[in-house]
Design a protein around this ligand. Structure first.
Ligand SMILES: Nc1ncnc2c1ncn2[C@@H]1O[C@H](COP(=O)(O)OP(=O)(O)OP(=O)(O)O)[C@@H](O)[C@H]1O
Ligand SMILES: [Mg+2]
Length: 218
């Protein structure tokens, strides 16, 4: 029945960088893996992602964000995640439901009970088996992500959240830590201010342990 891993943390903490490295690690070991992301992961979801992240769409309010990202997730879970798990894939998702709780809940001000209710109603409260949380200071994360966006020329296309205040991002960071504290069995927190290589090593150790626990030969 596969294994579902989500990767979380504020902008620029290194999620996508580490998922790429992890995916090569799996490939080398011939472990069947499916990397995906949210919002997005499906054709329709990627269109929602474009609306969600474009900095021209500043007027989007948190409730609209919740609905957009939930629509993207419903499509994603049904079209990609569940079928991949049914085919015994290791599914690695770049952000999932915890991001909604942290961004739209803790930072956006939507009551957490409404967000959980929405997840229950439309997604049967599906949860990852393991969630990796990269923790770094808001200053470090934002500097990295703004530099990356500039270098890649995607400041407008993907920059809506980068434009929000430090205070907003601090609420996201604290929100994530709070969620992790409440669900210690599912979360592993990694210090994201270390080097890319040492984070990769730590991540591989955590994942290998989880795979063994799930009966994979690693
Ligand atoms: N441990 C690290 N130390 C220094 N720089 C890093 C580290 N990890 C990633 N970076 C760099 O920081 C930038 C942001 O990394 P990345 O895109 O992986 O972050 P992200 O968490 O996926 O961000 P976003 O939430 O915006 O998608 C990239 O340019 C990447 O090369
Ligand atoms: Mg990323």
């Amino acid at each position: 029945m596969g294994i579902f891993i989500s990767v979380e943390g504020i902008e620029g903490c290194g999620k996508t960088t580490q998922i790429k490295l992890l995916s090569s690690y799996f490939e080398k070991r011939k472990l069947p893996c499916r990397v995906t992301r949210e919002p997005g992961g499906t054709r329709v979801g990627e269109e929602i992602r474009r609306i969600f992240l474009h900095s021209d769409n500043r007027e989007i309010i948190p409730l609209t964000e919740l609905l957009l990202v939930t629509a993207s997730r419903v499509q994603h879970v049904n079209e990609i995640i569940i079928p991949a798990l049914d085919r015994n894939r290791i599914v690695v998702c770049d952000r999932f439901f915890d991001a909604t709780v942290a961004y739209q809940g803790y930072a956006g001000g939507i009551p957490l009970s409404l967000i959980y209710r929405c997840h229950e109603l439309f997604l049967n409260s599906i949860k990852p088996d393991l969630t990796i949380l990269f923790n770094c200071s808001v200053e470090a994360g934002l500097e990295r992500s703004r530099n990356r966006n500039k270098k890649m020329g995607i400041e407008k296309q993907e920059g809506r959240f980068e434009e929000k205040t430090l205070k907003f991002h601090e609420k996201v960071r604290r929100g994530y830590m709070d969620i992790a504290e409440k669900e210690q069995g599912r979360f592993r927190i990694i210090d994201a201010e270390k080097s890319i290589e040492s984070i990769h090593d730590e991540l591989c150790l955590i994942i290998t342990e989880k795979l063994k626990e799930k009966g994979y030969a690693v």
